[in-house]
Design a protein. Structure first.
Length: 66
């Protein structure tokens, strides 16, 4: 496993949690939307090839929220 895979997985998990929270807020008219600004870490390194499909799915999920 490349050295940065676990760091990438942690970043993706956080982004996925944000998508899930946005979906829940859209489904609940009483929920206050939680908007969190995010900046990618400067030292994350290149995306490990094994995570490319996960990133594609996350990107598509984010697009559906727009």
């Amino acid at each position: 496993m490349p050295e940065n895979t676990s760091r990438w997985e942690a970043v993706l998990e956080r982004l996925e949690e944000g998508v899930d929270a946005a979906v829940r807020a859209m489904e609940d008219p009483h929920a206050a939307p939680r908007i969190e600004l995010w900046s990618p870490p400067d030292d994350l390194g290149p995306l490990p090839a094994g995570l490319a499909d996960r990133v594609r799915r996350l990107t598509e999920a984010q697009k559906l929220l727009l």
